[in-house]
Design a protein around this ligand. Structure first.
Ligand SMILES: NC(=O)c1ccc[n+]([C@@H]2O[C@H](COP(=O)([O-])OP(=O)(O)OC[C@H]3O[C@@H](n4cnc5c(N)ncnc54)[C@H](OP(=O)(O)O)[C@@H]3O)[C@@H](O)[C@H]2O)c1
Length: 259
C-alpha cells in the first residue's frame, strides 16, 4: 500500500474521523488547518500532525482534504495555493468537481456516506465512499486511499450524487429529527427514552431487511382517525409538533393511497 502525505482543512467531525483512520492505516497527516486553535491542535496531536490557522501547506503534502461547512467551501477553495501536483479533494455530498476554481488542476470528491459525530468511532470497513476525480490518475489515488482504510467505492453520476445526498438527508437527518420529536413528547410525560430503544432498533432493522415501504405500521396507514385525533389533541400545547404530526400523517396516508 502506498502511504500518502495528507493535510486537512477543517478539524471537525469528518476531518477528525478521517484523519484518525488515515493515520492509523499508515498515512502521514502533516498539517491541520482550522480557525480555532483548541479544535485544530487537539486533532493535530491525535494524529501526529501540526495545527495552523493559515493554509500554508508543507511542500511534502500530496493530498489536501477539505472538511469544512458547505457554505464556506467555494470561497475557501479559492484561497488555497499549492503546487500543480497536489490533489485537493472535498468531502461534501452536495457538491461535485464544479466547486473547484480553475487554478486547482488535480481535484476530487471524497465523500463518505455516513454520519459523523464528535467522539463516536466509525467502522470504515465496507463504508461506501463516493469518489469523483478530475482525471484517471487522481481517481486511482483517491480510490486506493479509500480502499486502504477498508472503504467500498461506489460509482455514481453527478446527477445521481445529488439524489444520493438528498436521500441521505431523509434517511439520516430527518429520521433523527423524528426521534428527537418523539423523545420530546415522551420526556414531557416523564417516560424514559431507553424504553423505546427496542422499537427504534426493530424499525431500522426491518426497514433494511424488508424495505421501508413494506414496513409501515401505525395509525396513519390504518387510517385510525380516532387515535390520530387523540394524538393531535395531546399535541395542542406544542403547535410545532402538532403541525409535524399532522403533515407526516397526511403524507403517509397519501403515499399508501397511491400504492
Ligand atoms: N458530519 C457528517 O456526518 C458528514 C458526513 C459526510 C460528509 N460531510 C461533509 O463534510 C464537510 C464537513 O462537515 P463536518 O460535519 O465535519 O463539519 P464540522 O464538524 O462543522 O467541522 C467544520 C470544520 O471546518 C473548520 N473551518 C471553518 N472555517 C474554516 C476555514 N476557513 N478554513 C479551515 N477550516 C475551517 C471548523 O473549524 P473550527 O473547528 O476551528 O471551528 C471545523 O473544524 C461538509 O462538507 C459536510 O457536508 C459531513
Amino acid at each position: 500500500m502506498i502511504s500518502l502525505n495528507i493535510s486537512f482543512l477543517g478539524a471537525g467531525k469528518v476531518a477528525s474521523a478521517l484523519a484518525a483512520q488515515l493515520a492509523e492505516t499508515g498515512h502521514r497527516i502533516e498539517l491541520v488547518v482550522s480557525p480555532h486553535e483548541k479544535n485544530g491542535k487537539s486533532l493535530a496531536e491525535k494524529c501526529g500532525a501540526v495545527w495552523s490557522e493559515q493554509p500554508d501547506f508543507p511542500e511534502t503534502t500530496q493530498l489536501i482534504i477539505t472538511a469544512i461547512p458547505d457554505s464556506l467551501l467555494e470561497n475557501v477553495l479559492k484561497g488555497i495555493s499549492c503546487s500543480r501536483e497536489v490533489i485537493v479533494a472535498h468531502t461534501a455530498g452536495s457538491f461535485g468537481l464544479e466547486v473547484f476554481p480553475g487554478k486547482l488542476l488535480r481535484t476530487g470528491v471524497f465523500y463518505p456516506l455516513q454520519t459523523f459525530s464528535v467522539n463516536r468511532r466509525i467502522d470504515f470497513d465496507g463504508l461506501p465512499f463516493i469518489i469523483e476525480a478530475s482525471d484517471e490518475q487522481v481517481n486511482k489515488v483517491l480510490s486506493d486511499l479509500a480502499t486502504s482504510i477498508g472503504a467500498k467505492i461506489i460509482s455514481v453520476s453527478s446527477q445521481q450524487k445529488i439524489s444520493l445526498h438528498a436521500a441521505a438527508v431523509f434517511m439520516c437527518n430527518f429520521s433523527n429529527y423524528m426521534l428527537t420529536a418523539g423523545k420530546e413528547v415522551s420526556d414531557s410525560a416523564g417516560i424514559p427514552f431507553g424504553i423505546f430503544h427496542p422499537l427504534i432498533r426493530e424499525t431500522m432493522a426491518k426497514a433494511i431487511e424488508s424495505g421501508p415501504e413494506h414496513s409501515q405500521t401505525g395509525p396513519a396507514i390504518r387510517k385510525d382517525k380516532i387515535t390520530i385525533d387523540r394524538h393531535l389533541e395531546l399535541l395542542s400545547s406544542t403547535p410545532e409538533l402538532k403541525k409535524l404530526y399532522s403533515e407526516v400523517t397526511a403524507s403517509i396516508m397519501n403515499y399508501y393511497k397511491k400504492t
